[in-house]
Design a protein around this ligand. Structure first.
Ligand code: GLN
Length: 280
């Protein structure tokens, strides 16, 4: 470790890494390399990974998905279950954690795939085969399902919503969006960017229903939309993962190691209890 540190410092001092810093992982690579300055590749034999910004885990998310990630109105800082998870991951890796400004949900996976802006995206992103063609995911960190939300007292059901006269809203590019397309093929599916706007639209009668992740529906209905109801829980068996570039496999490994440690040392349990009242 000492060797790789001094080698890293030498490399940085030599200014050989403009734009793409190659860092040794903090997990303790035992590589003792000959310290020639030309060999800066992260070779397959060590556990180094790249970071957009030295010493920092740069995170991108859609920050309108409480309780997973949302902006604290007072402080302007992101807060939520995922924010606590990624901060703890970064801490285990010996890194600072920094969020980029809010991005639309359907841009997150493309942004990680493209590289150069953020190291990871954590945003209650369901691990799907389609997304796995573009990015790698960490091991799952939470199980989830979908919910259909409508006005309290509404007589809508999955069957009545499957009609061209019915507007069913969702966040664009989500698994809720996919679920509507597959299961309510006759309904008019309305993808929007913002979950709060979508729920407000259900409240005002603009839309007949919304399909959204169950934990978000539960949280939003309890905290802000008491006149809405979950009319059906849909057991999709989804799992959330942290999205990481396929070009950075050792970062995925290091994130997985941090998640594993957080599971065994109780960190994950305490974050779950903080946001959901109990472990999941
Ligand atoms: N879990 C859902 C998905 O991955 C929704 C995520 C979100 O809107 N932040 O598509």
């Amino acid at each position: 470790m000492k060797n790789s540190m001094s080698r890293r410092q030498f490399i940085l001092a030599a200014g050989a890494l403009a734009g793409s810093a190659v860092l040794a992982g903090c997990g303790g690579s035992s590589t003792s390399s000959s310290s020639t300055s030309t060999n800066t590749d992260s070779s397959a034999s060590d556990d180094s990974y790249t970071l957009v910004k030295d010493g920092t885990l740069t995170v991108v998310a859609e920050l309108g998905f409480a309780p997973f990630e949302y902006m604290n109105d007072q402080t302007g800082d992101p807060e939520g279950f995922d924010v606590d998870v990624i901060n703890a991951v970064a801490e285990k890796m010996g890194l600072q954690c920094e969020y980029l400004p809010n991005q639309k949900f359907d841009t997150l996976v493309p942004l990680i795939k493209q590289g150069g802006k953020a190291d990871v995206s954590i945003a209650a992103i369901t691990i799907t085969d389609e997304r796995e063609e573009s990015v790698d995911f960490s091991e799952p960190y939470l199980d989830s399902n979908q919910a259909i939300v409508a006005l309290k007292g509404s007589t809508e059901t999955e069957a009545t919503l499957n009609d061209a006269s019915k507007q069913v809203v969702c966040q664009g590019g989500t698994t809720g969006n996919d679920w509507i397309t597959e299961n309510l093929p006759n309904a008019t599916c309305v993808p929007v960017d913002d979950v709060t706007a979508a729920l407000t639209g259900v409240q005002t009668g603009l839309y007949n229903a919304m399909v959204v992740d169950l934990p978000v529906a539960k949280y939003m209905l309890t905290n802000s939309f008491s006149d809405l109801d979950i009319i059906e829980e849909i057991a999709t068996g989804e799992q959330y993962g942290i999205a990481i570039s396929k070009d950075n496999p050792n970062l995925t490994k290091a994130v997985n190691k941090a998640l594993e440690d957080m599971k065994s040392d109780g960190t994950m349990d305490s974050i779950e209890t903080k946001w959901f009242g109990s472990t999941i």
